[in-house]
Design a protein. Structure first.
Length: 177
C-alpha cells in the first residue's frame, strides 16, 4: 500500500525468478524423475477458431485491414509449436487487432507526414499518429511477450526460425509498393 493509502504498485511484470523453458529442461535431463504421459493415439488437431465479426468490419478509410492475416499467421505459428490450446483466443485477437492498428498509424504517417496543423492556432505540431503508433508498438510488445512466454514454457521442441513479430515491418513495406 502506498503512503497516500491507495493500493498502487505491486509486483512488476517479469519480476522474480526466471523460469526455464520446457525444451531446456528436456535437453538438460532435468525431467528424468517426472512421469511423462504417453501420447494418445488418434489425436486430431483442432481447426483455427473462426475470427469474430468485429475484427472483420470494414474500415472507414476503405484501406485493407490486416487482422485476419495476422490472426491466422499467429494461430499457425502457435499450432506449429503445439501451443494453440494454451493461448487464449482473446489474446491472439488483441495482438492481431493491435498490430493492424499500428500498421494503420504507420500508413497515416507515410501519407500525412510527421507534422500536423494545430486546430486553433494553425501552428505546426507533431502528428498525433506518431504518438499513437508508439503506443500501439508498446502494446504489441506487451502482448507478444505474453504469448511468447506461454509458448516458451510449454513448447517441447526448440524453434529458431522466423516469428510472426518479425513480419510486422514486412507487411508495412509490402503496402507501400
Amino acid at each position: 500500500m502506498a503512503k497516500d493509502g491507495t493500493r498502487r504498485g505491486g509486483a512488476r511484470i517479469g519480476a522474480g525468478r526466471k523460469k526455464n523453458a520446457l525444451v531446456d529442461k528436456i535437453n538438460d535431463d532435468r525431467l528424468k524423475d517426472t512421469y511423462v504421459l504417453p501420447t494418445p493415439e488418434g489425436l486430431e488437431a483442432t481447426d483455427m477458431p473462426p475470427i469474430n465479426d468485429y475484427l472483420k468490419q470494414e474500415q472507414k478509410n476503405g484501406e485493407k485491414f490486416y487482422v485476419e492475416e495476422i490472426y491466422e499467421e499467429m494461430w499457425n505459428w502457435l499450432k506449429m509449436h503445439e501451443c494453440e490450446a494454451f493461448v487464449n483466443q482473446q489474446l491472439i485477437e488483441q495482438y492481431a487487432m493491435t498490430v493492424s492498428r499500428w500498421i494503420q498509424c504507420e500508413q497515416a504517417i507515410s501519407e500525412f507526414g510527421f507534422l500536423a496543423k494545430h486546430p486553433t492556432t494553425g501552428n505546426a505540431i507533431a502528428s498525433p499518429y506518431v504518438s499513437m503508433s508508439k503506443d500501439y508498438m508498446k502494446q504489441i510488445n506487451t502482448l507478444w511477450y505474453q504469448i511468447y512466454q506461454i509458448v516458451r514454457e510449454n513448447a517441447s521442441v526448440s524453434y529458431d526460425g522466423p516469428i510472426p513479430k518479425d513480419d510486422l515491418m514486412e507487411k508495412l513495406l509490402r503496402k507501400k509498393s
